[in-house]
Unconditional design. Structure first.
Length: 285
């Protein structure tokens, strides 16, 4: 007995083989011809690494920690500004939908973003989950020192792999206010005053001239707001909304978010020019 297989023959169009040719083949790529692969990797990262810009700052004073930042997102010569109003009745500063560069790690700790937006957001939120896990396991909040060390150790394990992170971890724990700077190479510094980003030289100028440890919360917020504004005035990669946060014994609180375009007229008010001679209409006789 002979079985008829004629009905099982392929009826695909003749062009199908050409269209799907190679789809089932596993992808392949050539390895760079170099003896120093680590050096090649570093040069490649620097070649494709876009220039970025921002202004963030934080400082410790008598009543806690002040953290402030702008909201402009940029990459090289491109500046991303998105000011489409969410609601016409909202204030202008609240309608701006630019990037938020201050991330809440937990109710008593904040982190700032400078560098790659994706890198900073991911690792700061990853730090938030680790801090929460520590709190659940030990029945107490993690210290700011411990949180900054966790972040530094994590970033150190990824050094040389293209991460771009320059962040500040600020918060209040059982020992009072603390402020740390952490970068993508695993560096970690404790201090009382930091500014990170392309606008930081201008912000440092304002901070150094107006800083006083015994300031009130209102005076400290005004100093931070002015430092961010003057940095955005001089640095093209910084701008948008100047956000100011305060971290105290009861946790963090957002104090203000002001459009730097409107702040300009606060620091440099427009004075009406005197009119020397006013022209009037002379009635025709």
């Amino acid at each position: 007995m002979r079985i008829d297989f004629s009905g099982l023959e392929s009826t695909a169009a003749p062009w199908a083989d050409e269209l799907f040719n190679g789809f089932s083949t596993p992808p392949s790529f050539s390895i760079p011809d170099t003896t120093d692969f680590d050096g090649f990797q570093k040069k490649t990262v620097q070649m494709v690494k876009p220039a970025k810009g921002t202004t963030t700052l934080a400082f410790i004073f008598k009543h806690g920690v002040i953290v402030a930042a702008d909201s402009r997102a940029s990459m090289g010569g491109y500046i991303f500004v998105k000011s489409v109003p969410r609601h016409a009745l909202q204030p202008r500063a609240e309608r701006c939908t630019s990037k938020r560069k201050i991330i809440e790690i937990n109710p008593y700790m904040l982190g700032t973003m400078a560098g790659g937006a994706a890198d900073c957001q991911f690792w700061l939120r990853n730090l938030g989950t680790k801090c929460r896990s520590h709190e659940l396991a030990n029945k107490r909040r993690i210290s700011v020192t411990g949180a900054s060390k966790l972040l530094a150790n994590t970033l150190y394990s990824y050094r040389g792999m293209g991460l771009s992170v320059g962040t500040m971890v600020a918060g209040w724990d059982e020992k009072g206010p603390h402020l740390y700077y952490v970068d993508s190479e695993g560096g970690r510094l404790e201090g009382t005053k930091f500014s990170v980003g392309s606008g930081s030289p201008y912000a440092y100028g304002v901070l150094d001239s107006g800083y006083d440890y015994d300031m009130t919360i209102e005076e400290a917020a005004a100093l931070a707001r002015g430092a961010i504004y003057h940095a955005t005035f001089r640095d093209a990669a910084s701008g948008g909304v100047a956000s100011v946060y305060y971290v105290g014994p009861n946790g963090w609180k957002k104090l203000s978010g002001d459009d730097v375009g409107e702040l300009h007229y606060k620091y440099f008010p427009v004075e009406p020019a005197p009119v020397e001679e006013e022209m009037i209409d002379v009635p025709v006789a």
